[in-house]
Structure formats: structure tokens, C-alpha cells
Write a protein that binds this ligand. Structure first.
Ligand code: RBV
Length: 429
């Protein structure tokens, strides 16, 4: 195996000690609001279910993620981590993680493509037995460049829609050679993180980056999946007029029946004030749309990759380009219109300069599922063959029950008669 020279975060910083302190403060704050991880951590500390495992991670390295990483380390694992987006890392948190004796963090904010992939290789050099990805870059790098490691990999976990989509495509091609849990697809993740997390944090990040209001704006939401639904609902709650664009007829109809305007992007481009992409696909806003947009529009993306807004085409059209505010790049057209791109078209809730990612509570749920899935891989990994796997429902239920108990919410359970009734087909009218 090649030894890469890419160093951990602490060697990139002038004052790693004070960075660590600030990172630790951010982690402590988040952890106070993470009852699920707190509960799982207790069991992990007592039982050390992950002893002997080496976990390689590529995720957004900020305070909530860091608490997941420490929880896994408390379970006995050795961990190497890097970012899954060049702009989402908080260097101070990365430094705090790196100071843990069983954790090495290579995540650094603002890396270029070469450094981004060098850091992934540095993680792979730790020879992971388990991978935890957000976007599938680690799985891809292992399959492409280090296939000899696959035999000793128990399995992986994938956090996000885009990653699961890529993994399913890889699986369909017969190219995925170890089991990976689709953490994204669980109710405890998708119904909360994708909907409320993306909705709240994207809108908050755009508002804070621009200091502009949502009220009275025409907000165009591209894509009406779980993320799009959340964004549309929260924008509507902020008194914006929401316009949805879709390519899938049932989702377009759902958006229409939920009271939003639905129209093609070509029409929406002419009327929108703010455009937010959540499709997971490329080329959603392109040259023909830029040509008809009004002066001062805001363009942002909440999908995992920065491919939804065609920035090359926008750059070609622009006669001038400048930073209008921190995190806002203005592209000036030859007729004087200014089109403002937020956070370089990267996922705005994590990549904007002030971005904090999703709220703590929803990440506690997503990361609770992640921790339970890592434990499941260690305990029962051999029973899963290569390919994408749904997370066993009992694990997701376990996380929901911990959360409900922490919130003091009690709920009913089925009686024996009800259970029997639900399981039978014989009782008719
Ligand atoms: N996400 N992570 C955060 N750590 O603050 N915020 C959002 C964080 C995840 C979320 O689960 C989503 O699926 C993924 O980022 C997209 O890359």
C-alpha cells in the first residue's frame, strides 16, 4: 500500500491548540442536544462492541459529525476521517477530533481537488474494515484504487440520497463488492434530516449569507423529493410564494395538490427571485435559464454535488464577476443584470461561510442510525452479501424509541388481539 504524505489537520494549522479548544466547545454544545448518541455512547463505552475495527469515514467534519466519530471511538474502534465536501469542514472541530488518541482527522476546509482526494487516500491507508460515507467517495476510491482491501472490509454505511443512488447504480452494474447500508433511506433519517434538516438549514444559511428576507419572494424549488418538500414547506412558512419544478409526474402532482405553483424551469426562470436546487441531478439551471432571469436573483444548491447549477455556462455569459458579499459571487451580464451565486453552488447549508449544517436534533437521529448500523456490521456483517442493503427496521425503531424516551413522549403498543388481527386475513365483514 502506498504511504501518502498527506498530513492530518493539526499539521495544517498555525495554532492547533486553540483550534482544538474551540472545536471541543462546539462539540460539547452539540452533544448536550444529542440524546440518542449520548445513550448509544454509554452502551458503547461499557461494551466496546467495535473493538478491533478500523473505520474509514468521509463526512462533513463539524461538531455533530465529530460526536458520532467519538461515539464510535468510545465503542473501541480506530477511526480515520476526512471531509466529503471541500467547504464543509470546520478546521477547529477537525483539530479537536485529531487530538483523540484513536482518531486521525485529515479534514481541512478549502482544499482543492487534489488535496481532497489525497486526504481520502490518507484515510484508506489506515486500511478500514468499515467505511462510513456521505456521497460514496470512499467506497468509489476503494473499489477503483485499493480493491485488495475489499476482502477485509466488513461493510459500509451511506448517509445521503446521492450516495445511495450512486451505490445502487454500482450494485446494478455488479460492481459493488461489499455490503453497504442505505442509512439515508430509513424513516428516522429521511423523514427528518432530508425534510426538516435541509429545509431549515438551507433557508437559514441563505438568509444569513445575504441578510435578505423570504417574505414576499418568489422562491423556485427544483425537485420535490424529501429535500425539496422540506425546502418548499419552510419557505412557504416564511411567507414566500413557492414555485416547484419537477420531472416526475406524481411528484409534480403532489406539489400541485399541496398548493404550490408547478411549472417548467424555463418559465420559473423568468419569475423567480431565489432558486434552490434539490434534485441530485446535473444541469438543472442552465444557460437558457440564466438568459431570462431578473437582476439580483439568488442561486443556491442544496443537493450533495455542485453540478445542479451550470456555473461554467454562467461564467461564459458573464462580462464581470466579483464577490458581492462573503459567500456571494455576483455574475454580471452584458445587459447589467446581476445573478448571485451562493457558496459556489455547493450544498449551501454546509458550504456557505457561516453554514453550520443541519440542526443538531436531526443529525442526532441520522447519526444514531449510523452508529447502530456500524454496530450491526460488526455483530452480523457476514450475513449481508455484497450490495446495497436496507437498514433492518428494528434498528431504526430502536433509535426512534430512544428519542421518544428522551423527549418524554409515551406511546401505545398493540394488544395481543390487535397484533393477531393485523397478522390475519381471515376476519372479514
Ligand atoms: N448533513 N450533515 C450535516 N453534519 O451538519 N448536515 C447535513 C452536518 C448531511 C445530511 O445527512 C445529508 O444527507 C448530507 O449531509 C448531504 O451531503
Amino acid at each position: 500500500m502506498s504511504q501518502t504524505a498527506y498530513p492530518p489537520i493539526s499539521e495544517h494549522l498555525d495554532d492547533p491548540e486553540s483550534a482544538r479548544e474551540e472545536g471541543r466547545r462546539k462539540m460539547d454544545w452539540a452533544f448536550q442536544h444529542m440524546p440518542i448518541l449520548t445513550e448509544l455512547q454509554k452502551g458503547f463505552e461499557d461494551e466496546k462492541p467495535l473493538s478491533g475495527q478500523s473505520i474509514g469515514m468521509a463526512m462533513h467534519v463539524e461538531a455533530k459529525t465529530a460526536n458520532l466519530v467519538e461515539t464510535l471511538a468510545d465503542g473501541g474502534a480506530e477511526i480515520a476521517i476526512t471531509g466529503c465536501n471541500p467547504l464543509s469542514t470546520h478546521d477547529d472541530v477537525s483539530a479537536a477530533l485529531d487530538s483523540h488518541e484513536n482518531i486521525t482527522s485529515y479534514a481541512v476546509r478549502g482544499v482543492d481537488d487534489e488535496e481532497y482526494y489525497a486526504a481520502i487516500e490518507a484515510v484508506i491507508d489506515h486500511e478500514p474494515t468499515i467505511t462510513v460515507d456521505d456521497g460514496m467517495d470512499m467506497v468509489a476510491a476503494i473499489h477503483d484504487d485499493y480493491p485488495e482491501l475489499i476482502d477485509s472490509i466488513v461493510g459500509g454505511c451511506e448517509e445521503t440520497t446521492t450516495g445511495v443512488h450512486r451505490l445502487r447504480a454500482m450494485d446494478a452494474d455488479g460492481a459493488l463488492n461489499y455490503p453497504v447500508f442505505a442509512v439515508n433511506d430509513t424513516p428516522m433519517k429521511r423523514l427528518f434530516d432530508n425534510v426538516h434538516g435541509t429545509g431549515e438549514s438551507s433557508l437559514a444559511s441563505i438568509a444569513m449569507t445575504t441578510n435578505l428576507s423570504w417574505a414576499g419572494k418568489d422562491v423556485v424549488v427544483a425537485g420535490y423529493g424529501y429535500c425539496g418538500k422540506g425546502v418548499a414547506q419552510k419557505a412557504s412558512g416564511q411567507n414566500a410564494n413557492v414555485i416547484v419544478t419537477e420531472v416526475e409526474p406524481r411528484r409534480a402532482l403532489e406539489a400541485h395538490m399541496e398548493g404550490y405553483e408547478v411549472m417548467p424551469m424555463a418559465e420559473a426562470a423568468e419569475v423567480g427571485d431565489v432558486f434552490l436546487t434539490t434534485t441530485g441531478n446535473r444541469d438543472v439551471i442552465v444557460k437558457e435559464h440564466f438568459e431570462t432571469m431578473g437582476d439580483g436573483v439568488l442561486l443556491a444548491n442544496a443537493g450533495h454535488f455542485d453540478i445542479e447549477i451550470d456555473l461554467d455556462a454562467l461564467d461564459d455569459l458573464a462580462v464581470d464577476r466579483y464577490e458581492a458579499r462573503e459567500g456571494v459571487e455576483a455574475y454580471e451580464m452584458d445587459d447589467g443584470r446581476r445573478l448571485n451565486v451562493i457558496a459556489e453552488g455547493r450544498l449551501v447549508n454546509l458550504a456557505a461561510p457561516i453554514a453550520l449544517g443541519h440542526p443538531v436534533e436531526v443529525m442526532d437521529q441520522s447519526f444514531g442510525v449510523q452508529a447502530a448500523c456500524v454496530r450491526e456490521l460488526v455483530e452480523n456483517g457476514e450475513s449481508y452479501g455484497p450490495g446495497v442493503h436496507d437498514v433492518p427496521d428494528e434498528l431504526d425503531e430502536e433509535i426512534a424509541e430512544i428519542k421518544l424516551a428522551a423527549e418524554g413522549v409515551e406511546f401505545d403498543s398493540l394488544t395481543e388481539t390487535q397484533r393477531e388481527y393485523m397478522g390475519s386475513w381471515e376476519h372479514g365483514t
